[in-house]
Design a protein around this ligand. Structure first.
Ligand SMILES: NC(=O)C1=CN([C@@H]2O[C@H](COP(=O)(O)OP(=O)(O)OC[C@H]3O[C@@H](n4cnc5c(N)ncnc54)[C@H](O)[C@@H]3O)[C@@H](O)[C@H]2O)[C@@H](O)CC1
Ligand SMILES: Nc1ncnc2c1ncn2[C@@H]1O[C@H](COP(=O)(O)OP(=O)(O)O)[C@@H](O)[C@H]1O
Length: 285
C-alpha cells in the first residue's frame, strides 16, 4: 500500500487535549434520506463521530425520525424534511462547521433544494452518492460548488458528474485518472476524491495525491456496500476538526484504507468506524 504524503504532525492534530471541550472538535450534520433508507447516513455519522468530531447530528425527514432514534445513541437527531428546516438549523447553530450530504439522501426535487440551501451557506461539506447524482442532473446546482466542498465520486458517479473526463472503460491508467481528477477539481472549484483501489485526490490548481491500495489485498474488502458512506463521514469529521478540504480528503482516505487493512477479510462497512480507536492507538494519536 502506498501511503499519501501525510506528515506525522498531521496525525498529531487528531489528538484531543485536556483543555479542549467537545465543540472545539467541531460539529457535523449528516443528512439522511427517508424511512427505510437511513443506513447510509447513519454509517457516515458514526464514522464522523469515531474520527473525533465533538458533536454529530443526523438530520432526517419526519418519517425517518423513529427509525433513526431507534438506532442512534451518541449521535443526535434533528428533523430536516425540507430545505427550510436545514436553513433554520444552520442559521440557529453556527457551531455546525461541516456537513455530509448524499449517502442514502434521495434524488427528489426537494433533495436538490435542500442541497442548494446547504451550498448557499458556504460551509464545509462532503458531497457523495445522491448529492453527486443530483448535481449531474442539475448543472445549475453544480455551479454552486465552492472551495469548502469535497466531492467523493466512485467511477459511475464521476462519469455522470464529469462527462467526458471519467473512464469509459477499463483499463484506465493512473496518469489518466490523475489528469481527470485534476481537471474535475478545476471545473468544480472543489476538492475531488475519485474513489477506487487507486484513489486520486485533487484540489483546484494543486498536484494530485494518490492512495494506492492495489498491493494490499485486505483493502480490496472495501468493495462492500456502505464503505464509501463511511469514507464520506470520516472526511466530514476531519473537516469539522479543522482540517482543510484537501487535508481532510487525504487523511480520510488514509484512515479508511488503514482501517480496512486492520479489519481484514470479512470486513463490512459497520466494522470500519470500530477500527478507528485501534488505529489511533497504533498511530500514537
Ligand atoms: N447501507 C446503505 O443504506 C447503503 C446505501 N447506499 C445508497 O444507495 C444509493 C445508491 O448508490 P449506488 O452507489 O449503489 O448506486 P448509483 O446510483 O451510484 O449507481 C451505481 C451505478 O454506477 C455504476 N458504477 C460504475 N462504477 C462504479 C463503481 N466504482 N462503484 C459503484 N457503482 C459503479 C454501476 O454499474 C451502477 O449502475 C445511494 O444513496 C447510496 O448512498 C449505498 O451507499 C450502499 C449502502
Ligand atoms: N477493490 C478495491 N480496493 C480498494 N478499495 C476499494 C475497492 N473497491 C472499492 N474500494 C473503496 O471502497 C469505497 C466504496 O465506495 P462506494 O463505491 O461509494 O460504495 P458505497 O456507495 O456502497 O458506500 C471507496 O472508498 C473505494 O475507494
Amino acid at each position: 500500500m502506498t501511503l499519501l504524503a501525510i506528515k506525522p504532525e498531521q496525525l498529531l492534530t487528531l489528538r484531543k487535549r485536556a483543555d479542549q471541550h467537545k465543540f472545539d472538535h467541531g460539529s457535523v450534520l449528516v443528512l439522511s434520506g427517508p424511512a427505510t433508507r437511513t443506513g447510509a447516513a447513519r454509517l457516515a455519522a458514526m464514522a464522523a463521530l469515531r474520527v473525533g468530531a465533538g458533536v454529530v447530528t443526523v438530520g432526517a425527514p419526519q418519517d425517518a425520525l423513529p427509525e433513526c432514534a431507534a438506532q442512534l445513541t451518541g449521535i443526535m437527531l434533528r428533523e430536516v424534511s425540507e430545505a427550510l428546516d436545514l436553513s433554520l438549523i444552520l442559521a440557529e447553530d453556527q457551531r455546525i462547521n461541516a456537513m455530509c450530504i448524499g449517502p442514502g439522501f434521495g434524488l427528489e426535487a426537494a433533495n436538490g433544494a435542500t442541497l442548494r440551501a446547504a451550498l448557499a451557506t458556504q460551509r464545509a461539506v462532503v458531497l457523495d452518492a445522491d448529492a453527486l447524482t443530483l448535481m449531474a442532473q442539475d448543472r445549475e446546482l453544480f455551479t454552486q460548488l465552492h472551495e469548502q466542498c469535497v466531492l467523493t465520486p466512485h467511477a459511475g458517479e464521476f462519469r455522470r458528474l464529469f462527462p467526458g473526463l471519467g473512464e469509459d472503460d477499463v483499463p484506465f491508467d493512473l496518469n489518466e485518472k490523475k489528469d481527470a481528477t485534476m481537471r474535475a477539481a478545476d471545473l468544480s472549484g472543489s476538492v475531488v476524491l475519485y474513489k477506487g483501489a487507486l484513489t486520486t485526490i485533487a484540489a483546484p490548481g494543486c498536484p494530485v495525491a494518490v492512495m494506492d491500495t492495489t498491493s494490499e489485498p485486505k483493502a480490496a474488502w472495501l468493495a462492500t456496500a456502505g464503505a464509501g458512506d463511511v469514507l464520506a463521514g470520516l472526511i466530514a469529521g476531519l473537516l469539522a476538526r479543522g482540517n482543510s478540504p484537501a487535508e481532510a480528503a487525504e487523511l480520510g482516505a488514509l484512515l479508511h484504507a488503514l482501517a480496512a487493512k486492520l479489519a481484514g477479510p470479512g470486513l463490512i462497512a459497520e466494522d470500519l468506524p470500530k477500527q478507528i480507536p485501534v488505529l489511533y492507538r497504533e498511530l500514537g494519536v
